[in-house]
Ligand binder design. Structure first.
Ligand SMILES: [Zn+2]
Length: 384
């Protein structure tokens, strides 16, 4: 009886505070700017949702669900996971990834869009409406910023099948004026730390730089001062790692505790045998989780990053695979270049070469070598 009484009470409480009608509009201030933006953008494409009811609320959602839309209700109800929102708030790209999530859920609710996991030629998702079980176990991350953002908004409202030009770009870099500023084949010396302590051990073995982590702690091994990342540059390394399939390893550049400048390390990581993560350490997970079959499993692969005209271009084994822009939010600072090694793993680097635009700033700091604990945000496959 007690249970029955309690149950009835709960029903009464729920019904008394959820007296919604078709016009009910209840959007907390955290979500309001994104809902307003959605409505403004919608008008450009001939929709008007000004008089529609809408309820958005925080919830504790299971299974790494970032947001849910109850689109068959009237008014539609959107629930946003508290943990996701808090994690996103703590990042450099907070505004864009929050807008991305709200637009996805409003796409279900107002536009009656279902999930669509089509992939563009360059590996980007065709639409921010990707979701559910994603092909090749990829993350649903959308590089929703910079030159891509206008396309994703247009696609959301129009379902266009037009191919964005950036998705088929093959960049050409002929006659670039640059100088080699670091060339290391590890036959005798190293431009990265050699040594050992209770957490790691690094040395040169058989012409390769090797770095072994002795615990679950991941590390960045960094050369600071050689590269000036405010100039255009090209970094190429050939590496492999004995790492768990869920761990990521690879190339990093930019700033990391670099004097007083912000922490901001760009990365280009291999995860498992077929995934590449491209991102920046202060953002929530990678910009994109690419699936590729050009990696040689368990063998050396060549990773390269070119910075040119405020754009970053990424290459695997001499094949261009992706590019994205730098801007005032996601910029590049500092002078660090190096590697990330996951815990309980060994990284092997066969060679490294760095070239820098010879017309840029010549001033250099003294080169310092350092090993720092990797402090990236944990990569979670969020569902939407
Ligand atoms: Zn969805």
């Amino acid at each position: 009886m007690r249970n029955a009484f309690f149950f009835v009470l709960v029903i009464i409480l729920f019904s008394s505070c959820e007296e919604w009608n078709i016009k009910t509009y209840n959007v907390p201030s955290e979500f309001q700017p994104y809902v307003d933006k959605f409505k403004t953008d919608a008008k450009k494409y001939g929709y008007n949702f000004d008089d529609k009811g809408l309820i958005v609320r925080f919830a504790d959602l299971d299974n790494n669900i970032a947001g849910l839309a109850y689109y068959k209700r009237n008014p539609i109800l959107i629930e946003i996971d508290r943990e996701y929102w808090a994690s996103a708030s703590n990042t450099k790209n907070a505004h864009d990834i929050k807008e991305n999530l709200l637009f996805h859920e409003l796409g279900h609710g107002f536009l009656q869009r279902m999930h669509d996991n089509t992939v563009l030629a360059n590996g980007d998702w065709k639409t921010i409406m990707c979701g559910d079980k994603l092909p090749n176990d990829r993350a649903s991350n959308i590089n929703y910023r910079g030159f891509r953002k206008a396309y994703y908004i247009e696609e959301l409202f129009t379902r266009t099948n037009d191919t964005p030009a950036w998705s088929t770009l093959i960049p050409q870099f002929d006659n670039i004026d640059e100088n080699v500023i670091l060339q290391q084949d590890f036959s005798s010396g190293s431009d990265w730390t050699i040594g050992s302590n209770s957490l790691y051990e690094s040395s040169i073995e058989n012409g390769a730089y090797t770095f072994t982590t002795k615990t679950s702690q991941a590390f960045y091994v960094l050369n600071k001062g050689t590269l000036n990342t405010s100039n255009d540059f090209y970094i190429e390394v050939r590496l492999k790692a004995s790492a768990g399939l869920d761990d990521s390893f690879g190339l990093v550049c930019g700033s990391f505790n670099d004097g007083n400048t912000p922490t901001s390390l760009h990365y280009f990581y291999q995860k498992g045998n077929n995934h590449m993560y491209i991102g920046e350490s202060e953002c929530l997970g990678p910009f994109i989780d690419l699936y590729t079959e050009i990696l040689h499993p368990n063998e050396f692969n060549t990773f390269a990053i070119r910075k040119y005209n405020n754009m970053l271009y990424y290459y695997i084994n001499d094949t261009f695979i992706y590019h994205n822009d730098l801007d005032e939010i996601i910029n590049m600072y500092g002078s660090q270049i190096g590697f990330k090694i996951p815990g309980n793993s060994t990284l092997y680097v066969d060679y490294a070469e760095v070239r820098e635009n010879s017309t840029g700033l010549k001033k250099r700091n003294t080169t310092e070598l350092s090993v720092e604990k990797a402090t990236e945000k944990k990569v979670i496959h969020w569902n939407k």
